[in-house]
Write a protein that binds this ligand. Structure first.
Ligand code: ARG
Length: 462
């Protein structure tokens, strides 16, 4: 007999049972579901809706169910639809009809909302730690390669030389904003929906404050319809995850490029690479490639849930059950990507010579030459044109900027002096970029110190 079977004359069709059921995935909410029921029952006893004895029997039953699930002795079957009915059904089986009082003043609508709020809150905390750990590995690589010079790119063309440490720190800052996004999401998941009932509240004299306190919520939903209808806290989680993975994916793309024969800037550790079944020489960057691929999958989950939500009238609709696979898969995907990425970065080998070599003769200090003229009073636009002609001259003569003679420079502009040639090395170009947030070593060191301070103030559970 179904927990809701009373008004039905026929059994549910087997295929509907299967179709309707969410236990295959929402069993993951068992801990939250039990915690929520315990808090609810304690409150019902405190306000006199249940007797102390009844509450005790129910709570003991719930604790036993917790053990059964922990020890893999719990029977999950599609017949009971979802995790909420599984636990209630088992409770009644164990403690008798009094178990049915657990659902007094509650609906699965506020129950499932409660469970997913608790779940998102808990998973955000794990994600925050994982982001910090990845940031730490990036910072360590930045510190170990503080002065390594590489080409900086725009349009994937050599633009101006930068420090590798500067490049890596850019990702640390992106990840910092990702953390902030997750913190914002946590804030909005930290509101308790229980007590909304099916949609309109309840006629029982419940104490929502007590439940919120018991479960450590910062606030309670002030509107019962809102409490059971929205999934914006899940959408925020998916959005934050999609953005975070987009960041990882860009770094992944760079590592894939950088480990190619043409670049040779980095080498992934053997333990974080894979081989080919046919080509014996291959060493493939499967890990960053998969991270890049999975970023697309999570972006898809975000779109899918947005589309599911956008046409729903208030309040609960069964469509909302579709939030869970997106959420769970996003949690799994994001946490595994963050974890493996951190370890891959930690073991990454940097080829300093190849990076430095790549800046040779690439004209990437041309801006510095133009800046030189501008500092001598020539309007920058004219300086740009002068240096553009010099670049063209070099290309025609098949030489690099550093090989220009003072006479050649002065032919282009009388403002050039003997010190002009000194601005042409990548080292000088990097050292000159002392503006706040620039790539000069002194600036990068300041940046590092600031980032170190931020990370140092954080306690992670490693
Ligand atoms: N499994 C359902 C879900 O995930 C639980 C809520 C069911 N509520 C209902 N009125 N059928 O959304």
């Amino acid at each position: 007999m179904k927990l809701w079977g009373g008004r039905f004359r026929k059994d549910t069709a087997a295929e509907v049972e299967e179709f309707n059921s969410s236990i295959q995935f929402d069993h993951r909410l068992w801990e939250q579901d039990i915690a929520g029921s315990l808090a609810h029952v304690k409150m019902l006893a405190a306000v006199g809706v249940l007797s102390a004895d009844e509450a005790e029997v129910i709570c003991r039953g719930l604790e036993e169910i917790r053990l059964e699930i922990e020890q893999d002795k719990f029977d999950f079957s599609p017949e009971f639809e979802d995790i909420h009915m599984h636990i209630e059904h088992r409770l009644i089986e164990k403690v008798g009809p009094v178990g049915g009082k657990v659902h007094t003043a509650r609906s699965r609508n506020d129950q499932v909302a409660l469970d997913t709020h608790l779940y998102v809150r808990q998973e955000v905390d794990k994600v925050l730690d994982l982001i910090t750990l990845l940031q730490e590995e990036l910072v360590k690589q930045a510190e170990n390669n503080l002065d390594v010079i590489m080409p900086g790119y725009t349009h994937l063309q050599h633009a101006q030389p930068v420090l590798l440490s500067h490049h890596l720190l850019a990702y640390v800052h992106m990840l910092e904003r990702d953390r902030e996004r997750f913190l914002g999401c946590r804030q909005r998941a930290d509101i308790m929906p229980l007590g909304a009932g099916a949609l309109a509240g309840t006629s029982f004299p419940i104490d929502r404050q007590q439940v919120a306190q018991e479960l450590g919520f910062a606030a309670i939903y002030a509107n019962s319809l809102d409490a059971v209808s929205d999934r914006d806290y899940i959408l925020e989680f998916l959005a934050a995850a999609a953005i975070c993975l987009m960041h990882l994916s860009r770094l992944a793309e760079e590592l894939i490029l950088w480990s190619s024969q043409e670049f040779g800037f980095v080498e992934l550790d053997d333990a974080y690479s894979t081989g080919s079944s046919i080509m014996p020489q291959k060493k493939n960057p499967d890990v960053p490639e998969l991270v890049r691929g999975k970023a697309g999958r999570v972006a898809g989950h975000l779109m899918a849930l947005l589309m599911t939500m956008k046409g729903l009238p208030l309040a609960y609709n069964k469509d909302l059950q579709e939030d869970k696979e997106a959420l769970f898969d996003t949690v799994d995907t994001l946490t595994s990507c963050l974890g493996i990425f951190a370890r891959m970065i930690a073991t990454l080998k940097v080829n300093e010579d190849r990076m430095r070599q790549a800046t040779r003769g690439d004209f990437s200090t041309a801006t510095d030459l133009a800046d030189y003229l501008a500092k001598r009073g020539l309007p920058f636009r004219q300086a740009h044109a002068v240096v553009g002609r010099l670049v063209q001259f070099c290309l025609d003569q098949d030489k690099i900027l550093e090989e220009l003679t003072l006479e050649e420079l002065q032919q282009a502009s009388p403002l050039f002096d003997s010190d002009a040639l000194t601005v042409l090395t990548p080292e000088a170009a990097v050292a000159a970029r002392i503006s706040y947030g620039g790539t000069a070593p002194q600036q990068v060191k300041q940046q590092l110190a600031q980032v170190r301070k931020t990370l140092g103030s954080r306690q992670t559970k490693k």
